[in-house]
Design a protein around this ligand. Sequence first.
Ligand code: UT7
Length: 358
Amino acid sequence: MPETVLTNSALEEMVDTSDEWIQERTGVKERRIADDKDSTSSLGLRAARKALARANVSPRDLDLIIVSTSTPQFLFPSTANLIQDRLGASRAGAFDLLAACTGFIYGLSLAASQIEAGAIQTALVIGAETLSRVVNWQDRSSCILFGDGAGAFVVQGKDEPGGIRCSVLHSDGSGADYLFARSGLRESWKGDFPPNGLEMQGREVFRFASRVMVQATEEVLEMSSLTLDDVDLIVPHQANLRIIQAAARGLKVPVDRFYINVEKYGNTSTASIPLAIVDAVDSGTLKSNSRIVLVGFGAGLTWGASLIEWEAMPTPGAALQDFLRESWYLLARMRSLFLRFRRLLESLLFQNGKRRNP
Ligand code: UT7
């Protein structure tokens, strides 16, 4: 998480709202805002390094890096490319995935399928957002919800059954205008760059979300021939406390079966599920050998759920391994600088010698 905290009281200074209204209608008390020097890739990189340290996996072992984000630093190259370079994960393929707040579930499902198919062994799935850069800070009906952050999972193939058991993924593009942000492209080739900012019809998203959270949870349970009694914890997309309460009512389970931390971070879109899991692990709520359902929804419209057997707690590596990993990141930085320098030399050489590319 970025360190800068934006409280509801601070928002009172920016738009016509109140701490009381925000807490009552959303459950959010504060959210984090990425510093000026930060970006989606720097937040994602920090999360990636922490996940690799916890899982005690070397960046050299990564076959695939998926970054789920709706706020990439560039249209291209992908944020995943930038993170791959900084990790020194030279064997890994890397790409961004955009499925809005459901993106982390899409990413996990994709990584698990690649592993199951035998195409890869180890993947890094990152959910990273700097929504503060796209939120309209004059629009009180949306700006009170969102925050910045990043979370990451290392997903690795094992011989024993378990892990990511199954997922359901859905999309309904007819709801695209309920929640969107323009790409920033010109509308015509000689036109001006248009203004860009998040636009949302909150009530409609609320109604859709309350319905699909129930539907996706039931679907993923049915797919795995399980019932809610077999599940220890539901980790929902942290969009609004009232949406989670509505989902609990729809599923006819007490709301304490859901892990909730929306009060601390607001809605961090695709980062919210991994951030909630990290909190659940650190607070001791999520224990080894637990069965969990991840369920999310978002712009698109998209929605989905995953059923996960959370077997073992990640064990941090020894101090020597941590030291080696840190040294690796330094080497990765030097490698990246060397590759840039070599490219510069090559282009100078080709330019001066007026040689053509073969
Ligand atoms: O990841 C997916 C992202 N999006 C979502 O999850 C959004 C889902 N929707 C929501 O969370 C809620 O719809 C909101 C929190 C956005 C809004 O809450 P609501 O209970 O649906 O409020 P509303 O839009 O129905 O507005 C009720 C009243 C309106 O006033 P009037 O017309 O009744 O006089 C709004 O103008 O509350 C007013 N209002 C506010 N008042 C104080 C709207 N925003 C604010 C505000 N402070 N920030």
